[in-house]
Design a protein around this ligand. Sequence first.
Ligand SMILES: [Zn+2]
Length: 294
Amino acid sequence: MSVSLSETEIQRYSRQIILRQVGGDGQERLKASRVLVVGAGGLGSPAALYLAAAGVGTVGICDDDVVDLTNLQRQVIHATADLGKVKVTSAAERLRALNPEIQVVEHRARLVAANAAEILSGYDAVLDGSDTFASKFLVNDACAAAGLPYVFSGILGFEGQLLTVVPGRGPCYRCFFREPPLPGAVPTCAQAGILGPVAGVLGSLQALEVLKLLLGLDTPMVGRLLLFDGLQLTFREVEIRQDPRCPACGDPEVRRPLCDEPGETCSDEGHGRPPGGEAGPRRACSGQPLSIEV
Ligand SMILES: [Zn+2]
């Protein structure tokens, strides 16, 4: 470990350094780590704030959107004064104000197949706070191709899902949800709504999982899809297995090159398609049908 902590950093992080699972070595490990947050929205907001506050040395933010008034009800990294501002800039300013000890990298782009490898390059882990199924499948596939661990989450209404994917150690998102849902099959947040704290719960859990990955703690949600119901306030799990026929992480002969899914957007301008009958992506195996979208 080539980094060392200043007296100020030791004081700033003292409440977590005293944890047996963190310690000075763990804090130095966090300082040396680079995490990419895809999407500065409902999930990415709390996640990026907690990663920055915890002292992750480099936090990258990837987003191509600007701050809209309808974002502020859940995207807590942005403020009213940021309306109209580029989201990565708004988020970066907030993170730098929170913790000037860390580096914040702004990627003003939508993650697509053509730029995924370049944007992901140099990061140790990825946190998926993206807002379309196309982006979610792309994050999964790009991380599988790069051998990067990542934490998925999707939310809608009062519900959320979370899965930690560690290449070589367990299934990926596509092992279970093989293909994106049919167009119009799942309502977007602009159609079905989302309550801010639901995004806060799932985004915070994603940050927790990423910190555990960086610290080398052997307890992430690998192979267990977490299902959160905010109305009943319940957490359930569905065990999922790696599929050797998975196009993203399966046997070499079935893997396919990175490509963009023809996805629908979840825009706050209401361009999404109307809801249909099937809820959630088409599954590769049986499990609880759930709608997911930011
Ligand atoms: Zn897979």
